[in-house]
Design a protein around this ligand. Structure first.
Ligand code: NAP
Length: 317
């Protein structure tokens, strides 16, 4: 990533609501790459506000959303999906004409429905979703390069002025992201299979293993290196965020889960009947998908996701 360009920043005043992993990463990146003249951080939690001040990643910090968005050209809501509507309602009356409101929520259809009714005329909504994150939360979890080389999907509703979409695109591209636009409904279907159902499976398998009576919990932890460990990373994701995702993308998740259950039943049948050809064909196809993800630069080619080997980190891994 290039360091700040000398040109005028694409956003004059950027207001970020919710300074957790995603919000604080945007603040850090906007500051590092010179994407806003003025950054206002808004968070209801006093401890988060104090931490944001210590980190010096915003020009102004406040707990009052309405006051914080005054004069902002771009407001980005970085709160859990279920909190988007109440936050939009609280700030709406103080948005300036011509302002653009965006968000980073992992579900788009319900978020558009929750935010749009509160916005005054002359304020555009350009929802967004960065396909980037970690299993950590809070302002200390963020980092300025979180979005570099990762996709950000924008879902502007029909009739959104191009200039509004371009303002949001400029922010994401300035942070190093690759931007694609699509409808909220299509986003929710795609993300149901690429993100939401995998998380549900991870939560389920870790929960099932923890409940097994024949295998003790200490054995589950002790012998976790072989695959299970990767599920535990996903299953450690923020409970509030993921509860809200499943409550707000119910139809798409259930549709994809139905497909998943059918395919799982077919795999179970192949195992039961010793159909090695079917298993081999399936695993060959899935290996090719993993290789194309790596080839597209969306993950590392290093073995075991690049985790250090015992001899490389003094035996701590
Ligand atoms: P996070 O680290 O937990 O931060 C969430 C922020 O929202 C915190 O500042 C929190 O403040 C605030 N908040 C929580 N409940 C609120 C409420 N009811 N009203 C107002 N503010 C509230 O979460 P995150 O990972 O940054 O996720 C934020 C958004 O990004 C979510 O919509 C999520 O779907 C989306 N997203 C996450 C990822 C990921 O991998 N984590 C990736 C892409 C998109 P408090 O300190 O008061 O709780």
């Amino acid at each position: 990533m290039a360091e700040p360009a000398a040109a005028a920043p694409p956003v004059d005043r950027l207001a970020i609501v919710g300074l957790g992993l995603i919000g604080s990463s945007i603040a850090r990146a906007a500051r590092r790459y010179g994407l806003a003249r003025d950054i206002v951080a808004i968070d209801g939690d006093e401890a988060v506000r104090d931490r944001v001040r210590d980190l010096a990643i915003a020009d102004r910090v406040t707990g009052d959303a309405a006051e914080g968005v005054e004069g902002a050209d771009l407001v980005v809501l970085c709160v859990p999906v279920g909190a988007m509507g109440p936050v939009a309602e609280a700030m709406a009356s103080r948005l300036k004409p011509g302002a653009v409101v965006s968000d980073v929520g992992s579900v788009k259809g319900s978020v558009v429905a929750a935010i749009q009714p509160h916005l005054p005329d002359g304020v555009a909504l350009v929802p967004g979703h960065p396909i980037a994150g970690t299993e950590y939360s809070g302002p200390d979890a963020g980092f300025s390069t979180l979005f570099a080389g990762r996709w950000c999907i924008l879902t502007p509703p029909d009739g959104t002025p191009d200039a509004a979409t371009e303002r949001v695109r400029a922010l994401w591209e300035g942070m190093g992201a690759l931007v694609e636009t699509m409808s909220p409904e299509h986003h929710d279907l795609v993300l149901a299979i690429t993100s939401h159902v995998p998380h549900l499976i991870a939560y389920n398998i870790v929960g099932t293993a923890a409940d097994l009576e024949a295998v003790t919990q200490s054995e589950v932890i002790k012998f976790s290196a072989s695959g299970f460990r990767d599920f535990t990373r996903i299953a450690a994701s923020d409970p509030t965020m993921w509860r809200d995702i499943f409550l707000n993308n119910r139809d798409a998740v259930l549709e994809m889960l139905g497909r998943f259950n059918e395919d799982l039943a077919a795999l179970a049948k192949a195992v039961r009947w010793g159909d090695g050809d079917a298993l081999h064909a399936m695993f060959t196809r899935t290996r090719a998908i993993r290789r194309s993800i790596v080839a597209l630069g969306q993950d590392t080619a290093a073995p075991d996701f690049g985790r250090p080997r015992p001899e490389e980190d003094g035996g701590k891994a």
